[in-house]
Design a protein around this ligand. Structure first.
Ligand code: ADP
Length: 444
């Protein structure tokens, strides 16, 4: 690009010099001719009738006029005397003479056939009696051009140097904002110094933005993949941990039984523990399978009468609540229809309701509200500390680790509830105050 700018400047400069050269030569030549015409007229004033109309008279007048060529002719252009050459032929065909005969005076510029040099002629008709022609040498436009060539060569040299300087400076001024733009584009948003570069800047900025978007997407995908990997590792570690306790217990009691030496009561206790722990293991496996299945559940949704389902579940849990003197208050609107699956709603609502009873105090209350906008399960139980409230929806989270696994509580119930809500596009939240109670709300 730099070279193009330089060559272009050079081309413009050379063309300008040539045009200027020809034009100024022409102007100078025309002005010289005009000047010559003027002083030829002045010369003509020197003529008077005292000069005899022959060669002698012509020479005498020529001497007076610094050697200008003087020709005397009769009224028809026949030469009577010439100060320079012996000319006898009729000059009527010469422009200046023809014009002088018919118009009183005439000018012409040409190369003299007699002298072989470029001359300017002025001819005047004196009252139709005879003609006087005065001529002086003049330069042709080509000879003027040739004379000015050395000056032009010098001028061209200066222009060339100027042109190189201008080309270097202008290419710097043109290219440096572009270079700056490219440099800025490497680091982010581009701000052009000149508004002419705005379209380029816009393209660069759009490209940068699109690259940034793609990078963000890739980063987000990578983060997601990392999180999924960590979550999978955590899940496996939690499952292994949860399985370890019943397996150790089963293994220990089986060894004791195998070794023998236990009395009947001890043997019965060992069998009961093995049975209870294997049940717990089965429960855990069922819970894990269920938890994983929700993700892969592609069964279609259908309209479920949530009001009826909620009432049925409360009814089913009543005996257990009664045992601990817990009252269940129902505030259920009839005919609330939800687009879901029966078993999923069962799990979601069942987990929250069972927890409200399970983590309640003796003689406490559970209040269930249901409308078309959602439902809530509120209890006056043990509550959850501020520190733990944010973790209750995490897998395998239990506030009291020592009770983990009791009554099938592996810390998966709320994780399942959250998963179902997320899949259905619902929002689940938990509010609680330690020692006072908890409230779980689901917004459809
Ligand atoms: P779990 O099967 O152990 O009940 P969940 O996922 O249902 O597992 O609950 C996770 C933990 O959250 C429970 O172990 C319990 O500590 C706490 N929690 C859940 N519901 C309540 C509630 N209504 N009141 C107090 N604590 C609760």
């Amino acid at each position: 690009m730099k070279w193009r700018i330089w060559l272009l400047s050079l081309g413009i400069m050379l063309t300008s010099v040539l045009i200027f050269g020809f034009a100024s030569t022409q102007v100078y030549y025309n002005s010289a001719i005009d000047d010559s015409k003027e002083y030829l007229r002045v010369y003509m004033n020197y003529y008077n009738e005292s000069y005899s109309p022959d060669t002698e008279g012509a020479k005498a007048l020529s001497e007076k006029l610094n050697g200008a060529r003087v020709t005397f002719m009769d009224s028809q252009g026949k030469v009577l005397g010439d100060s320079i050459a012996e000319v006898t032929e009729n000059h009527l065909d010469r422009t200046e003479i023809h014009d002088a005969i018919f118009n009183g005076e005439g000018f012409a510029v040409r190369s003299s056939s007699t002298l072989g040099k470029n001359m300017i002629y002025y001819c005047k008709n004196f009252d139709g009696k005879f003609l006087v022609r005065i001529a002086v040498f003049t330069n042709s436009d080509w000879s003027i051009f040739a004379k000015t060539l050395p000056t032009f060569a010098g001028f061209t040299g200066i222009m060339l140097a100027l042109c190189v300087i201008i080309a270097v400076v202008s290419s710097h001024f043109i290219l440096s904002p572009v270079k700056k733009l490219a440099e800025q584009a490497k680091h982010g948003e581009v701000e052009p110094a000149y508004h002419e570069l705005e379209p380029v800047a816009e393209i660069l900025n759009e490209r940068n933005r699109s690259i940034k978007r793609q990078m963000d997407e890739i980063r987000a995908e990578k983060e997601l993949a990392d999180r999924a990997r960590t979550s999978k590792d955590e899940f496996i570690s939690n499952v292994t941990h949860e399985m370890n306790t019943p397996l150790t217990s089963i293994h220990g009691y089986a060894e004791l039984l195998n070794a023998g030496g236990l009395n009947a009561e001890q043997q019965s206790g060992a069998y009961k523990t093995i049975l209870a722990q294997s049940e717990r293991l089965t429960n855990l496996i069922a819970c894990i399978i269920n938890f994983s299945e929700i993700d892969n559940d592609s069964l279609p949704s259908y309209e479920v009468d949530f009001s009826a389902l909620a009432k049925e579940m409360i009814y089913a849990l009543k005996p257990e609540a009664d045992k601990r003197g817990i009252t269940i208050n129902e505030n259920i609107k009839d005919g609330v229809i939800v687009l879901s699956r029966h078993e999923r709603l069962n799990e979601l609502f069942g987990n929250l309701l069972r927890n409200a009873v399970k983590y309640n105090k003796q003689g406490g209350t559970v209040t269930v509200c249901l409308t078309e906008r959602g439902f809530s399960v509120e209890d006056t139980g043990i509550g959850i500390s501020e520190e733990n409230i944010g973790k209750v929806f995490s897998r395998f989270f239990t506030v009291d680790k020592s009770h983990s696994g009791k009554n099938g509580g592996f810390g998966l119930g709320l994780a399942v509830a959250k998963k179902i809500c997320v899949k259905s596009g619902w929002n689940i939240t938990a509010e609680s105050k330690l020692g006072e109670g908890s409230k779980f709300t689901v917004e459809f």
